[in-house]
Structures are given as structure tokens and as C-alpha cells.
Write a protein that binds this ligand. Structure first.
Ligand code: BEZ
Ligand code: FE
Length: 335
């Protein structure tokens, strides 16, 4: 039986040795499910109460909740050691596959809708007080830092792509509240080649192909040439693909273009726009499509560099008008 000591923060804490099993005797009992469980009803509280006084309040709250949900999940489903080890190996496999060009961990969570859910929560927190600035959408695992900076009006297509539908994409970056143009906003954009691959997945493409950054002038306007995007399957050669296969699901994302918009004094916007005509528009493997981000590519005449035209304005929210969300106060764990 583990000895209880009073924690400096007023929480019950284990003295000395860490608990590694179900033989603790603890006083806090939380849910009815735990009370009626065949398993040690006090174990989860013992783990949660091991948190020390220097942990930030936000991290304390979030980790307590995560621990409780995970423990309840294991008890409810009577997870066995073999199943637990299979889960751990999925996570390790994702880690081994991940580097600066590939983020398999993120992909794994995307497949079960986690990034889309967190995006919805963050967006709701940010826009509750107002009506509708440009909606956010998930980052996904294929963004790269330091993509090339281009002059407004140029093309992000670095190689000749005969089978691609070239598009002139243009619009303005506006202050959501005042409607005024935002000067010096950075627009970071990326999309796949017609073979459905991002450049870092495809040795045939030049480095940083089909991605780039642009800066708006006084009028807030932006314009560049890119491709009309294509739908593509998420990578199936790692644990995310394995999970998709085991769940008997399809791997396709509807055609989309990614954006990150940043401007001084404004909340950064990570988003995507989606082609209405795409077959997978209502059936995205990572559940990221939002109605306001669905667009129509129109035929373009008289421009030898593009067969399609797309006009899209971005509306950014200034700091100070939205509510705060996120992991404020949490301890960063990445080195
Ligand atoms: C992407 O759109 O790049 C993406 C997002 C989530 C998972 C896989 C890919
Ligand atoms: Fe994508």
C-alpha cells in the first residue's frame, strides 16, 4: 500500500517510489465508472496527483484530463498488453519516419480527425466574438520552412508541367473588422504536383517546387501563378496508412491549396482552399473541408500562362478583438 503525503499544492501525492501497478490505496474517487470498475479505482488519481507544484496550471489541467481519459479508455475497452504494445509501436514507427520533410506523427493524428478538431476549437475561440473572418484549416504534415520569396505576379511552378492546369490566383488581404487592405502581409503557399506528390516526396521535382512566399503592397493585393490542384492520397507507407487500411477507409484528400498568412498586428491564419468540383470534396480523409473555403476555378481567357482564374480575399483578425485559446502557460517539450 503506497503511503500518502500532503502535496505542497494541497494535492495528495505518493511518497518516494513511483507507482507502477494497480495496488495503490488512494482516497480520491472521481467517476461512477471508476467506482464500479473491476480495476483499482484509485490508480488514476494517484498518477494525476504525482504532478509537482512547479507544473504550469494549464499543463496540470490538460495532463490530468488526458490521463483520466486515457485510463478510462483502457478500462472501458479492457486494453491488453499486446494491444498497448501495438499502439506504442505505431507511435515509435511514426517517430522513426519523421524528419524535417515528413511529419508522420501529425499525419497519424490527422487520420482520426484530431488536427481538424483542434483547428475547429481554436478557430471558434478566435472568432466567437465576431462573425466570419477567413476560416482556418489544418496545417498538415507537408509545410516547409523558408520556402522561396517571389515577386508578386510570378509563378511558383519551377518545372514544366504539361499535364497541369495553370491557374492565376489573386485577391487581397484585408482587415476583417475595417475591410482595409493589409500591407506587408506574408502569404506562404504550397500544393502538390499533378502526380499528387509534394516536392519533398518526389525526387523528380526541384527542391521547393510549387511552394513560395509573397508580400502584399499598400493595396493588400496578391497574385501569382500556380496549378489547379489535384486530389491525392495521403502517404500509405507508414503507421497512418496502416491505420487507414485497418479501418477500411480511403486515403484521399480533395484538391486543395495550403496557405499561411501572417501580418504584424494580426492573428496568423493557417488555411486551405478546396476545389468544389473535386470528387472527394465531401469525403476528406482528414475531415478538413469547411464550406466557406470551397472555391470555383473559372476558365481564363487571353492569358497564355493560365487556363484558370481564381480570386480569393483573405480576412484577418487583429490581435485584441478575439478571445484567447490554446496552450498558454504550458511547458514546451520540444528541444
Ligand atoms: C495535407 O493536406 O497536406 C495533409 C493534411 C493532413 C494529412 C495529410 C496531408
Ligand atoms: Fe495538402
Amino acid at each position: 500500500m503506497a503511503e500518502q503525503v500532503e502535496h505542497p499544492m494541497g494535492l495528495a501525492a505518493e511518497s518516494g517510489k513511483p507507482t507502477n501497478g494497480t495496488n495503490g490505496s488512494h482516497t480520491n474517487k472521481s467517476s461512477d465508472a471508476v467506482k464500479t470498475s473491476r480495476f483499482d479505482p484509485a490508480f488514476t488519481d494517484a498518477v494525476i496527483n504525482a504532478t509537482g507544484p512547479k507544473a504550469s496550471p494549464r499543463l496540470r489541467k490538460v495532463m490530468a484530463s488526458l490521463t483520466r481519459h486515457l485510463h478510462d479508455f483502457c478500462r472501458e475497452n479492457e486494453i491488453t498488453i499486446d494491444e498497448y504494445m501495438a499502439g506504442v509501436e505505431m507511435i515509435n514507427w511514426a517517430g522513426r519516419m519523421s524528419d524535417l520533410k515528413r511529419n508522420e506523427g501529425q499525419l497519424l493524428t490527422d487520420v482520426i480527425g484530431l488536427e481538424t478538431l483542434v483547428d475547429e476549437i481554436t478557430y471558434t475561440l478566435a472568432s466567437e466574438a465576431t462573425d466570419a473572418p477567413t476560416a482556418t484549416a489544418i496545417l498538415g504534415p507537408f509545410w516547409r520552412q523558408d520556402s522561396p520569396i517571389y515577386k508578386m505576379g510570378s509563378s511558383i511552378i519551377q518545372n514544366s508541367i504539361p499535364d497541369g492546369d495553370h491557374t492565376f490566383l489573386h485577391g487581397r488581404v484585408l482587415d476583417f473588422n475595417t475591410g482595409k487592405p493589409i500591407q506587408n502581409a506574408e502569404i506562404d503557399i504550397w500544393h502538390t504536383a499533378p502526380n499528387g506528390l509534394y516536392e519533398q516526396q518526389d525526387p523528380e521535382q526541384p527542391d521547393m517546387n510549387l511552394r513560395g512566399r509573397f508580400y502584399t503592397g499598400e493595396d493588400g493585393a496578391y497574385s501569382f501563378y500556380c496549378l489547379r490542384p489535384t486530389s491525392y492520397p495521403v502517404p500509405m507507407d507508414g503507421p497512418a496508412g496502416k491505420l487507414i487500411q485497418l479501418l477500411d477507409r480511403h486515403p484521399m484528400r480533395p484538391a486543395h491549396i495550403h496557405f499561411i498568412l501572417t501580418a504584424e498586428g494580426y492573428k496568423p491564419l493557417t488555411t486551405q482552399i478546396f476545389d468544389r468540383r473535386d470528387k472527394y470534396i465531401d469525403n476528406d480523409v482528414v475531415f478538413a473541408v469547411k464550406d466557406s473555403l470551397v472555391v470555383d476555378f473559372l476558365p481564363k481567357k487571353g492569358d497564355e500562362k493560365a487556363q484558370f482564374d481564381l480570386e480569393y480575399d483573405f480576412k484577418l483578425v487583429g490581435y485584441g478583438v478575439e478571445k484567447k485559446g490554446g496552450m498558454e502557460g504550458a511547458t514546451a517539450v520540444a528541444p
